[in-house]
Design a protein around this ligand. Structure first.
Ligand code: GLC
Length: 596
């Protein structure tokens, strides 16, 4: 560790002095933090230290085209952690090397936002298993070449976390972990410029709590209390909590809601410079104690705000960040049968620092948030609101669309917030009545996956999409969930479909794509990407290096693209000379020259 300390400790000290240097006892606090890091490093198991060394020597290990992610809720995928372990062979069959299990730490009793209201960072949720089960799972996954990714919900804790309970009981130090205001004066001032994440189910950003004698900042649900990162104790507690989990073998942390960590009056309190300094300080800590660990930013923010979460070669931040604009643009393109906004997104996507990458995906447990696309949807003088609201309506099935989704958090049909639904339901598989409709829906599903797999990113499949699982409407019968249509896309794993997966067209076609991706180094996350502007509006053409071309037809009409020279279709081996003509919603991966 001493070599790493020499490199990263000065960075850490500078960042922390910038954030907390003005506090009384700063030096003593920093001394204690450094001692905790030392102790956590000493406690790090030998096997993990070996992994640290290996990855520190090859810091771009996660950029390979052989990396593939899979994301699932523990309870839906395996029932509990042991059930997840039993599915490892299935993950291996698909070539998965990274498994993101949605929150599995002890969650608030009662409603808890699908586990995103954490009441202990040190214990597994009893309904999902024990800490020993988690240790066993990380060990088994590692042996299978799969890194476990866990959410680390660092913006807030549940209102029954020990800190919240102590604060309610009058403990001043615990109260200082939160942002509490005695009356509405400050909340009202902040509210003037704050947005709303859940305007329908959880309006406003503050909750009145009698036991706290005032208003507590809660960006999300009222039982999720934002942490006060202006308090150095919060930073230190969270940093060591993360490292304790890392010592259990968690290799990737999905840093939840990173955009919200720092509040500033007169702003929307998102993407503040201090939020980035906090993330950079966490990165320095990981670089010192556990360099085998990756940090992944969940910041669902406009494209122009995204790159900062990956830092720069000089100021390292997270290793991975969700490219939510690319994801949303894929769905927008399908609904509009035009790639114009997506091309804007790609143009606005800069080259990344070394050993950093985007995370690409088609669906996840959250909504497709349209607001991240405002700038791109406005390009060329368009009315962004009208355009995004149209997409949101499209995915509810309005205007004869094939989709069967729901709008999220918006009762106003002319406003766009988000759209929910499983991918298969959104692309039309659920409503398809003929073989032709089914075939087209299947193509749309593969098209979006083809984009995620060929863009140059770490692609993550969402549980059930590989089996074309459809919406789950059971949430409507659960009063605590009925208002939150994100539950549409949180079904239980369908064992029946899984048993018959070899007959499943989606599963088989996706496996062919995955296999082709693994074969082509041009599809590695860090291999060069060029947007080809000579494709028709309905088509996206991406070159990966000089020898690989991905063509994607987002329109319901055939589209052609003129080719220079001879190319081979990577999926069916056909030779193309002169032009590629793609059927409605089809995609093609081409390799220059004739296959050997
Ligand atoms: C993230 C999660 C989302 C959750 C929110 C609050 O955005 O993805 O599901 O509701 O954070 O924790």
């Amino acid at each position: 560790m001493s070599q790493r300390l020499a490199v990263h400790e000065p960075v850490l000290r500078r960042l922390l002095a910038g954030l907390y240097g003005e506090h009384a006892h700063f030096d003593a606090w920093l001394g204690e933090l450094m001692a905790s890091l030392e102790a956590l490093h000493s406690a790090r198991p030998a096997e993990l230290r070996a992994l640290d060394e290996q990855r520190a020597a090859q810091p771009d290990w996660f950029l390979s085209q052989r990396m593939l992610g899979y994301c699932a809720y523990v309870q839906n995928f395996g029932g509990d952690l042991n059930g997840v372990a039993a599915r490892i062979p299935y993950l291996q069959e698909m070539g998965v090397s990274y498994l993101h299990l949605l929150p599995f730490l002890r969650a608030r009793a009662g409603e808890n936002d699908g586990g995103f209201a954490v009441s202990s960072f040190d214990d597994v949720e009893p309904a999902l298993g024990t800490n020993a089960d988690l240790d066993a799972l990380t060990t088994q996954l590692r042996a299978a070449g799969i890194s476990l990714c866990s959410d680390f919900i660092l913006n807030h804790v549940a209102d029954d976390h020990a800190w919240a309970l102590a604060a309610k009981a009058g403990d001043a130090a615990a109260r200082a972990m939160f942002l509490v205001y005695p009356d509405r004066e400050m909340p009202d001032r902040y509210e003037r410029t704050l947005g709303q994440v859940f305007p329908q189910v959880a309006p406003g950003n503050f909750v009145q709590v009698d036991a706290m004698g005032g208003w507590v900042w809660s960006t999300f649900y009222p039982y999720q209390w934002d942490l006060n990162y202006a308090n150095p104790a919060v930073f230190a507690e969270m940093a060591v909590a993360l490292l304790r989990l890392a010592n259990r073998g968690i290799e990737v942390f999905r840093l939840d809601s990173t955009a919200f960590l720092w509040k500033r009056e007169g702003t929307n309190s998102m993407n503040q410079p201090e939020a980035h300094q906090i993330l950079q300080a966490l990165r320095a800590i990981v670089d010192i104690v556990a360099p085998g660990v990756l940090l992944k930013a969940e910041a669902i923010v406009p494209t122009c705000e995204l790159p900062a979460y990956l830092g720069s070669d000089e100021a390292r931040e997270c290793h991975i960040a969700y490219h939510s604009s690319l994801m949303a643009a894929g769905w927008l393109a399908l609904s509009e049968q035009s790639t114009s906004a997506m091309r804007e997104v790609i143009r606005n996507t800069p080259a990344l620092p070394q050993a950093a990458t985007w995370l690409s995906y088609v669906r996840c447990h959250d909504d497709i948030g349209w607001n991240v696309l405002r700038a791109e949807a406005a390009a060329g003088g368009h009315d962004a609101n009208a355009r995004l609201a149209r997409a949101a309506r499209f995915y509810t099935g309005a205007e004869d669309s094939y989709a069967a989704g729901a709008s999220f958090q918006s009762s106003d049909p002319n406003a766009a917030h988000g759209s929910n639904g499983m991918a298969a339901s959104l692309v039309g598989l659920q409503t398809a009545r003929s073989d032709e409709e089914r075939e087209q829906a299947m193509r749309r599903m593969l098209l979006l996956h083809g984009l995620a797999l060929s863009f140059g990113a770490l692609p993550v499949l969402y549980m059930g999409d590989e089996l074309a699982m459809e919406n789950d409407y059971s949430y409507l019968h659960r009063p605590q969930h009925a208002m939150d249509s994100r539950w549409l896309q949180r079904p239980r794993f369908d064992d029946e479909r899984w048993q018959h997966r070899s007959e499943g067209c989606m599963y088989q076609s996706l496996q062919s794509l995955l296999a082709a991706r693994r074969r082509h180094e041009a599809l590695a996350a860090n291999a060069p990407r060029t947007l080809l502007d000579d494709a028709p509006d309905g088509m996206l053409a991406l070159a990966r290096g000089e020898r690989f071309l991905a063509l994607m037809n987002f329109s319901g009409q055939p589209q052609s693209y003129a080719l220079q020279g001879r190319w081979t279709d990577c999926l069916d081996g056909r030779i193309l000379d002169g032009a590629a003509t793609l059927a409605p919603y089809a995609m093609q991966w081409l390799e220059r020259g004739a296959a050997a």
